[in-house]
Design a protein around this ligand. Structure first.
Ligand code: BG6
Length: 495
């Protein structure tokens, strides 16, 4: 029977703004997530705004995929009487010991989490980091160490400090590179010996779809987006450089939202469209951050659109020399693109293409496609020849907590059985060097897309609803026991 390698890093993934809570404790400053309301499958999340000069107020709806456009002069603000799910989230801030014990019970070898930048630098310009924030993560890493769980730390997971937007206008401003590198250097120095694996920007390519929470832009155009991306690439390279100096054992990965794109028919135009979409939406980001250089197709596109980058001496060499050590990615499914009239519009993580009639979807319209993991792993390894790590995959479901405290999530078990088998085939049949797998939202947390609690991913149910009501008590779902068995058998026993 096929197995996973002994040193395979099994675990789960989370992000501070969706899981941590304690939004104003320990001197933490606000992030964009802290002023984003919840929404639903049909209603977008919202951000209130005010124009200080005129006093005019309004509400911006975060419609996925629609370029961000706040009115000129507007700044984000908290709206009276609204519920903000990031404020408490599922309260890892106060439950980390209990949660880490649950992860250990499942046999986790790794835990992916993010550090909230404004917990470390509430004042972005200060030379003095916030000791209370640093101490919190120290405590978390010490707790993980107790159980030999290796942290995998994302430095920026949709945790855009609000000051970054208000004072600097987001990542289109070159000064932000220095601010970020100060932050990344601080945390790498502090956690040297405790954290080996780092990721710079969660789903860097999500800036295609939600600019406010990834690059902190309130208005966008091609030029600004290109500048913001260039600045994040520079910050990534400088972070890799710093990591090598701080501790050569450290490894810094890029994090890409990826989905294989299928052409709807064998019409060559459908295939060309699928290729172009994959390049535009995903691959060019990895070509730079992992491959170390801008691909020609992107440079040509910039030329056509009149986009110009302010590239200074030595910077292109920096991107090349300090490309990321490994490529991590999220993969929730695949996409379909076609040029012919037909097919409905699909939902999914980021890009919505056509509906794939061969696949089944969940209540939020996300189609599951286990084989796409094997396809993705092959595509990405063949292109970059760097170790890979699947750091997000999973299924959101409106789980039901039974009277006796059980949760029967057989749909999740069946999803995992197929997805894990697909990875196992990629390792054993195709020879892909896959470092690990961290299932998304291993303990229930707030959905990034909708802000709901109802869209649950975890092995552990957290008693909290869409209005923020609940005891925060943790309950093991059936998948908890299944994953434990899977890890114990090195992925051999998937029954
Ligand atoms: C990824 C993000 O895009 O998808 C996570 O990195 C997010 O933050 C996950 O939670 C699942 O999306 P959603 O909208 O179901 O929470």
């Amino acid at each position: 029977m096929a197995k996973f390698p002994k040193d395979f890093l099994w675990g789960g993934a989370t992000a501070a703004n969706q899981y941590e809570g304690g939004y104003n404790e320990g001197n933490k400053a606000l992030t964009i997530a802290d002023v984003t309301t919840s929404g639903s499958h049909t209603e977008p999340r919202r951000i209130g705004w005010v124009i200080p000069e005129t006093g005019e107020t309004g509400v911006y709806k975060m419609e996925f995929g629609k370029p961000v456009q706040f009115p000129q002069g507007a700044i984000p603000c908290v709206m009276e009487g609204e519920y903000y799910p990031s404020h408490q989230a599922t309260d890892f801030y106060h439950h980390y010991k209990e949660d880490i014990a649950l992860m250990a019970e499942m046999g986790f070898k790794t835990f992916r989490m993010s550090i909230a930048w404004p917990r470390i630098y509430p004042d972005l310009e200060s030379e003095q980091p916030n000791e209370e924030g640093l101490q919190f993560y120290d405590d978390v890493f010490d707790e993980l160490k107790k159980y030999n769980i290796e942290p995998l730390v994302t430095m920026a997971h949709f945790e855009i400090p609000i000051d970054l937007v208000m004072k600097y206008g987001g990542w289109a401003n070159r000064k932000v590179v220095d601010l970020f590198v100060k932050f990344s250097t601080t945390i790498m120095n502090r956690y040297k010996g405790k954290v080996k694996y780092w990721l710079t920007f969660n789903e860097i390519n999500m800036m295609e779809h939600m600019q406010i929470s990834t690059i902190g832009l309130m208005q966008v155009n091609d030029q600004l987006k290109a500048e913001a991306a260039y600045h994040q690439f520079l910050a990534s390279a400088l972070t890799v450089k710093a990591a090598r100096e701080i501790d050569p054992e450290m490894q810094v990965g890029m994090m890409l939202a990826y989905q294989p794109i299928y052409g709807e028919t064998c019409d060559p135009y459908d295939q060309l469209l699928a290729l172009k979409i994959a390049q535009e939406q995903f691959l060019w980001y990895a070509d730079v951050q992992v491959g170390g250089q801008y691909p020609n197709y992107k440079l040509k596109e910039y030329e056509r659109n009149g986009v110009q980058l302010d590239i200074r001496d030595g910077e292109l060499e920096l991107l090349k020399q300090y490309a990321c050590d490994f490529l991590s990615f999220s993969c929730y499914g695949s996409g379909v693109q076609g040029t012919h009239e037909n097919g409905g519009k699909a939902s999914g993580n980021g890009l919505s293409g056509r509906v794939n009639p061969y696949l089944e979807s969940n209540a939020w319209g996300w189609a599951t496609d286990p084989e796409c993991l094997r396809i993705a792993l092959n595509q990405l390894y063949d292109r970059y020849h760097k170790p890979l790590w699947i750091v997000e995959n999973g299924i959101g479901w409106a789980d039901v907590l039974e009277e006796d405290g059980s949760v029967h999530d057989d749909y999740r078990i069946s999803y995992l059985q197929k997805n894990i088998k697909s990875m196992r085939d990629a390792i054993n049949l195709d020879g892909i060097p896959l470092m690990g797998y961290t299932m998304w939202g291993c303990i229930d947390l707030v959905s990034a897309g909708t802000g709901e609690m109802k869209k649950r991913y975890g092995f552990v149910y957290v008693d909290m609803d869409d209005e923020g009501k609940g005891t925060l008590k943790r309950y093991k779902k059936d998948s908890f026991y299944w994953y434990k068995k899977c890890i114990e058998s090195d992925g051999e026993d998937l029954d």
